[in-house]
Design a protein around this ligand. Structure first.
Ligand code: FAD
Length: 442
């Protein structure tokens, strides 16, 4: 799960409306009704293809480009309607299953995602397998028409509220490590799954450790075929990078929550409109504007180093905008720019760090005051007379996350070096030696 700070908004003035806005507006005119429950509204939005318009037609999408999807999202918000159900289901599981799943699996898993009925988590990382994800040790053993899963996952964002998990597990240790992995859609509500929250420095407990002890998953919940999980997982990671780097993460910022555990399904849809969660929606543009206003307010704008920092942030945002234009132009010619997803993700992480450092410098000593609990917020706001302080301190605490998740900065650079620039790989034998015979991370 990506908290609201990762809702990196695409710089929309580069987006050209190809007629899609009129189409979605006409649909909204006929269909939006604030009196519907969230579940009823998401049923309409999801089955129409407007909840996840980048998914292919026939898989609850409309086959639109990411740029068009951003325009759709904006049109929904401007109409005053509730946006699509957010979270890792829509961001990662749905496009992965639409790419590798069977039509039956699309029906079984994608439909409840786009209609907000089920929330998902990503069961990839393990205590000994993060950057070296293919070194994972959770194993799944076949038992008739089911698989029995044993192992431990960690850093599972939103695991405590998930209905389903994207699980990768080792199904054959007697082949090189990338070849013996299978991707499953596992039901999180079962006795074999024990979820233990981990408290973060932000004060929240978004992460979890997940212990799988004889957990069961059906054979037909295997996505993309037996021992083909590495390719499927890479599809998920590709959508993760693309989403984080270029704004798809904003799909994760709907005001209402999907799923059966913490979902808002029975509530009135109209009550969520115009109530985007704190920190969300503004993206880098919104954050920069806020920092400029804060700096003007307390006169730090006159400090040349602060001005320089703000200018650097603006320049990064502009470079991001130019890159969006380059990607768009290349796409129109049927080409792509190699490594752009990795570059966008690196850039997003760098901008978060810049915002963290600049924000703390602008607010000065009051940056040491943070409301770990929303009930503490009013007292701090009153003491500092700065209602935006919480956004600055929250970002400062969270900014360490983006350079790690979705592949660390170092891993992004390795990918660019090896796969884009063609530099020699680090010597290793993990593509030739069977996983069972390799030394293990403990
Ligand atoms: C906010 C957040 C949310 C997350 N959500 C999820 C989730 O929902 N599901 C999930 O499965 N995981 C999740 N993760 C976990 C995340 O994917 C891992 O933390 C990440 O892949 C790094 O793995 P690691 O923590 O094991 O670090 P390691 O892989 O142990 O890395 C430690 C350090 O070594 C460096 N390093 C490692 N290998 C290399 C190399 N080959 N070359 C150069 N440097 C290297 C890394 O860059 C890093 O600095 C989340 C993480 C964060 C911070």
């Amino acid at each position: 799960m990506f908290p609201s700070f990762t809702t990196v908004t695409v710089v929309t003035d580069t987006l050209e409306d190809t007629g899609v806005v009129a189409e979605v507006n006409a649909w909204l005119e006929e269909n939006w009704d604030p009196e519907l429950t969230v579940a009823e509204w998401w049923e309409r939005l999801g089955t129409s293809g407007w909840a996840a318009p980048t998914l292919p037609e026939g898989s609850y999408g409309k086959g639109l480009s990411r740029g068009d999807a951003v325009l759709v999202q904006q049109a929904i918000a401007e109409h005053g309607a509730l946006g699509a159900p957010g979270g890792l289901g829509l961001l990662l599981a749905a496009p992965t299953i639409a790419t590798h799943g069977t039509p039956e699996q699309v029906e079984e898993y994608v439909r409840p995602i786009v209609t907000g009925q089920r929330a998902w988590c990503q069961l990839f990382s393990e205590p000994g397998a993060g950057s070296d994800l293919a070194g994972l040790q959770a194993k799944a053993e076949q038992d008739g028409e089911e698989w029995i899963v044993n192992g431990q996952k960690v850093w599972t964002s939103g695991g405590q509220v998930a209905d389903m998990g994207m699980l990768i597990a080792r199904t054959n240790p007697n082949v090189p490590k990338h070849q013996g992995i299978t991707y499953f859609a596992i039901d999180m509500h079962q006795p074999g799954i024990d979820i233990r929250p981990l408290k973060e420095m932000t004060g929240r407990a978004m992460f979890n450790e997940v212990f799988l002890t004889d957990a069961r998953v059906a054979d037909d919940a295997m996505i993309g075929g037996k021992n083909n999980g590495w390719a499927v997982a890479n599809t998920t990671l590709m959508f993760e990078r693309a989403g984080l780097g270029s704004g798809g993460g904003s799909a994760a910022a709907s005001a209402a929550t999907p799923g059966t555990v913490a979902g808002d399904l029975d509530k009135r849809a109209g009550d969520f409109v115009g109530s985007r969660r704190s920190g969300g929606g503004g993206g880098f543009g919104g954050m920069s504007t806020m920092l400029i206003e804060l700096a003007k307010g307390n006169k730090t704008i006159n400090d040349p180093t602060i001005r320089q920092g703000l200018m650097k942030l603006h320049s990064f945002a502009e470079i991001g905008r130019f890159n969006n234009l380059r990607v768009k132009a290349a796409k129109e010619q049927g080409k792509e720019i190699p490594g752009m997803g990795n570059i966008s993700k690196l850039s997003m992480s760098e901008m978060m760090r810049m915002q963290r450092d600049l924000g703390l410098r602008i607010v000065g000593a009051s940056g040491m005051l943070h409301a770990y609990d929303s009930k503490e917020r009013p007292a701090i706001d009153a003491a500092t007379s700065n209602p935006f302080l919480g956004i600055v301190t929250e970002l400062a605490l969270f900014a360490q996350g983006p350079p790690i998740y979705g592949g660390t900065d170092q891993v992004q650079r390795n990918i660019i070096g090896e796969r884009v620039l063609g530099l020699p790989k680090e010597p290793n034998n993990d593509r030739t030696v069977n996983f069972a015979d390799m030394p293990k991370n403990t």
